[in-house]
Design a protein around this ligand. Structure first.
Ligand code: SDX
Length: 392
């Protein structure tokens, strides 16, 4: 091996790139997008504004934001032939699997999007992805319900369109509830970007071979699906519902989570970088209380989540391993209150993370990063002679 290969499984101690997009401090629980604190952005900005900041590096002027929204609206119509692809899936298909397939299929209908050799082509790929991904993400739900697929309404806002695309029926127009739109907008902002997490590193890795943006985002969707990553928000709700069904005995699940012979983990707890409270979890917990109170939703699951959090924060096993609630612990409780079905929770995460994936892919291409190709430490057989079939 030329030089020494440092083995670093899971890249726990490796930096894969330089980036100007997101700053995390795991010890202090700090998260900033392009230098702005997540607390400020969640409270004072809206999702498209933060998407612009992540992707282009600055908070947009009123004119720039209006132009960005106009340019996204140019691409919110999805080719009707994409419906043939979604019709090939059974209703029971998990939405994340359908979304990964549809996102990759976008390349077939936008072949030129693979080459982003200049700023104009890059900007067009960005707007196409922001416009079409939201629509196909909601189609996964509509398909599972046997509902007709909805179209984006270019006269309405991005986040309101999400709720319309999801819930508007030919028999029942969707009426926007500002509390719901505001809560969703905040949740999407909080999921915007998170430096080199598993799915973002995947988007960068795939894009480093100069595969197109749709193919790279499709790979990111697949990586996010895993229960150790974005799939955790669905796993948290399933865990909390199971605890609720079993009489709310959180201690039993705490014991399971600490039992090394039991693969069960307390979903929504722990983080590769945050060895303190995930700043997003704090904001989402507060929002969960506000949204449920405003909507008048009594959800016993929220009480169970709080009880679980309290006992984990006092527990030696969790404290000694710096295990705190992460972004996925409370988000599902809000999604549920907004009527989003559990198997769509990770799709919600993907919609929020889309601008981050785009921003990181764009930065990787603009920085002309080399193709990703790590080495390994070989631990297999030394050279050995071939054994003819009759001697095996
Ligand atoms: C996200 O990277 C990102 O930024 C991700 C994300 C983003 O915005 O992109 O923040 C989003 O993915 C949040 C994380 C969602 N995942 C979960 O909630 C699943 C449950 N959490 C874990 O599986 C785990 O904490 C990870 C995957 C999040 C982090 O795992 P690490 O950093 O590889 O840590 P580890 O598995 O080495 O655990 C260290 C110790 C181990 O015990 P010991 O071997 O030292 O005895 O802590 C234990 C683990 O067994 N542990 C847990 C636990 N998480 C870690 N024990 C019980 N329950 C848990 N949740």
């Amino acid at each position: 091996l030329s030089g020494v290969i440092t083995l670093d499984p899971g890249y726990k101690n490796s930096g894969s790139c330089t980036s100007e997009i997101t700053f995390l401090d795991g010890e202090l629980g700090i998260l900033r997008y392009r230098g702005y604190s997540i607390e400020d952005l969640a409270e004072k900005a809206d999702f498209l504004e933060v998407s612009y900041l992540l992707i282009f590096g600055e908070l947009p002027t009123v004119k720039q934001l209006a132009q960005f929204e106009t340019d996204i609206r140019k691409y919110t119509l999805v080719n009707e032939e994409m419906k043939n692809i979604i019709d090939g899936f059974p209703k029971t298909a998990h939405p994340m699997g359908v979304l990964a397939a549809l996102t990759s299929a976008l390349t077939a209908f936008n072949p030129k999007s693979v080459n982003v050799e200049n700023e104009k082509e890059m900007y067009e790929a960005v707007c196409k992805t922001m416009g079409k991904f939201l629509v196909i993400a909601t189609w996964t739900y509509r398909k599972s319900m046997g509902y007709p697929l909805n179209y984006y309404d270019n006269t309405k806002g991005y986040v309101e369109n999400f709720m319309r695309l999801m819930f508007e029926l030919p028999t029942e127009p969707y009426t926007a509830n500002p509390v719901v739109i505001d809560a969703l907008d905040k949740l999407f902002i909080l999921h915007g970007d998170h430096e080199q997490n598993c799915s973002t590193s995947t988007v960068r890795m795939v894009g480093s071979s100069h595969a197109g943006l749709f193919a790279s985002v499709s790979a990111g969707v697949s990586a996010l699906w895993g229960p150790l990553h974005g799939g955790a928000n669905q796993a948290v709700l399933e865990m909390l519902e199971e605890i609720h069904r079993n009489g709310g005995d959180a201690d039993k699940y705490m014991a399971k989570a600490k039992d090394k012979n039991d693969p069960f983990r307390l979903m929504g707890f722990g983080h590769r970088v945050y060895k303190n409270f995930d700043p997003r979890a704090k904001i989402i917990k507060k929002a969960a209380n506000e949204v449920l109170a405003t909507l008048g939703v009594e959800d016993p699951i929220l009480a169970i989540a709080k009880k679980l959090e309290e006992s984990a924060l006092e527990d030696e096993y969790f404290k000694s391993r710096n295990l705190y609630p992460n972004v996925d612990f409370y988000s599902g409780i809000i999604y549920r209150a907004l009527g989003i079905p559990t198997d769509m929770f990770t799709v919600m995460f993907a919609i929020g993370r889309l601008p981050g994936w785009i921003a990181q892919w764009k930065e990787m291409r603009e920085n002309k990063e080399p193709i990703g190709r790590p080495r390994q430490v070989y631990t297999g057989h030394p050279l050995r002679d071939f054994v003819p079939t009759d001697k095996r």
